[in-house]
Design a protein around this ligand. Structure first.
Ligand code: ZN
Ligand code: MN
Length: 479
């Protein structure tokens, strides 16, 4: 069998973080009683008139700017006509002829190096209602109907499930950074339609594609792509023909199933929405929104490496979630110069461990950047030792407060005074003659045991480095 090339393109629907719906003033609070946040506009009553949500336009333009798109100075809304029980007015208000954003792209990391995935366009539209299926009936919840969605349509630049996943994750990270969406997959804030085709190597024209609709888990996207690629390759291998169709991913069965033969754009009979005026954006307006943009995650990683002297790996972990990077930077700026790597170590080990144990995000914890900075300083200045700092960090994470206060209140400062430490060393050696014997017989590990004994005698407050030196000196004298 000749070699086949795989082509994947994604249409990603992202729920915008607005308080109200796309064309009416209904609330978008998640998890309300079904059909309580509704009005004649989003229920699709005949004659009800839509009014555009300006905030949704702003958030879409900001997304477009983050993704390097060209922003349309004039965009228009169109009706996409189709019949489905989740859309009572029988059309969706969307953008087809003149979408808000054109071009742009996302850079992903692949084993072969960075790869630019181009974006064709981003358009703004409204979501449909949600159909819930029960044992004996189905119900339609119109609370979701009219939710502002931006649809980000990629070019078919992806060639494996890994690349597709990297693309969605990079996209999600950028949008969360921009603050335009929570991109909460469980709440359906981010849903992907995936187009897949295969073609023999050397063939220019893309093969016939199948589309898998509406996936909202990373795992699902990956598994569906793997399945669908294998299905198409097996079909062509036995001389079969791929039909253009829309398929659905069935996670329980681990397979895609045909839903319907795919419509083409003309099947929707798009035409200009007569109830809405075009969106005209002044360049001053676009510039004002541009000024609100945060740094891109990739730019932030590079800057953190340069500014704080932390390794690229650390910068990647820290910048993964914007609030972690914000916390780290706030802490490191309160520390003496040169402690960037130390702060990063504390954050990546102790803090992130606590976050994963408690399942919390950093903004949900009482630990403050100032407290972490002070803790790092206390260790660096050898006021407290590592084990004491670890205990304190757990406590600060849980209850907040400042470490300096706790250290003073409880007398946790480490003992580095030579007189006191030497006393402990004498005691430890006197009580452990066997270890001294072992050391003399060449068992160097015995020194470590003695250091441990000294730490115990000091109730954990001794400076372990000093103790190490003192024990070594003492043993050398005895040898
Ligand atoms: Zn409404
Ligand atoms: Mn759409």
């Amino acid at each position: 069998m000749s070699k086949y090339l795989i082509t994947i393109g994604l249409e990603t629907h992202v729920q915008l973080k607005t308080n109200t719906k796309m064309f009416c003033g209904c609330s978008l609070k998640f998890g309300e009683e079904p059909n309580t946040n509704v009005c004649p506009v989003c229920l699709g009553y005949p004659g009800a008139l839509p009014v555009m949500n300006r905030e949704a336009v702003k958030l879409t333009v900001m997304s477009g700017l983050m993704l390097g798109c060209e922003i349309s100075r004039l965009s228009t809304f169109d009706r996409k006509n189709y019949f489905y029980p989740d859309m009572s007015k029988d059309y969706q208000i969307s953008q087809q002829a003149r979408p808000l954003c054109l071009g742009g792209g996302v850079t992903i990391q692949t084993p072969a190096g960075p790869k630019r995935v181009r974006i064709n366009h981003i358009h703004l539209e409204e979501d449909a209602a949600k159909i819930n299926h029960y044992a004996r009936f189905s119900g339609v919840d119109f609370n979701r109907c009219g939710t502002p969605l931006m649809e980000i349509v990629s070019e078919p630049d992806l060639s494996s499930p890994d690349e597709a996943l990297a693309y969605v994750q990079a996209l999600k990270q950028i949008l969360v950074y921009a603050g335009v969406s929570d991109c909460n997959l469980e709440e359906g804030n981010l849903r992907c339609d995936v187009n897949i085709s295969v073609r023999p190597e050397g063939q220019e024209q893309l093969g016939t594609r199948a589309e898998i609709k509406n996936m909202n888990t990373f795992k699902g996207i990956y598994a569906a792509l793997e399945y669908e690629i294998a299905r198409q390759l097996a079909t062509v291998a036995r001389g079969g023909v791929i039909v253009q169709e829309t398929r659905r991913w069935e996670p329980d069965l681990g397979e895609t199933q045909s839903m319907r033969s795919k419509e083409n754009a003309h099947d929707y009979r798009y035409f200009p929405e007569p109830d809405l005026v075009p969106v005209a954006l002044a360049s001053e307006q676009i510039a004002a929104w541009k000024a609100l943009l945060p740094e891109l995650p990739s730019a932030r990683r590079e800057r953190m490496v340069a500014e704080y002297g932390i390794p690229e790996y650390d910068a990647g972990v820290l910048a993964d979630a914007k609030e972690n990077a914000d916390f780290f930077e706030a802490a490191v700026r309160l520390c003496s110069p040169g402690l960037g790597k130390t702060v990063s170590n504390w954050f990546m080990t102790e803090v992130m461990r606590q976050l994963s144990v408690t399942g919390k995000t950093i903004s949900e914890c009482p630990l403050t950047p100032a407290a972490l900075a002070e803790l790092v300083e206390l260790v660096d200045k050898r006021v407290i030792n590592g084990p004491t700092a670890k205990e304190l960090s757990a406590e600060l994470f849980e209850n907040g407060g400042m470490p300096g206060v706790l250290v003073a209140k409880r007398g946790l400062g480490q003992v580095s005074d030579s007189g006191a430490l030497e006393g402990f060393v004498e005691q430890a050696i006197a009580a452990n003659a066997k270890s001294v014997e072992d050391y003399r017989a060449g068992k160097k590990a015995a020194a470590g045991f003695l250091v441990g004994q000294v730490m115990k005698l000091s109730k954990g407050k001794a400076d372990p480095q000093r103790v190490g030196i003192l024990v070594a000196e003492k043993l050398a004298r005895l040898a």
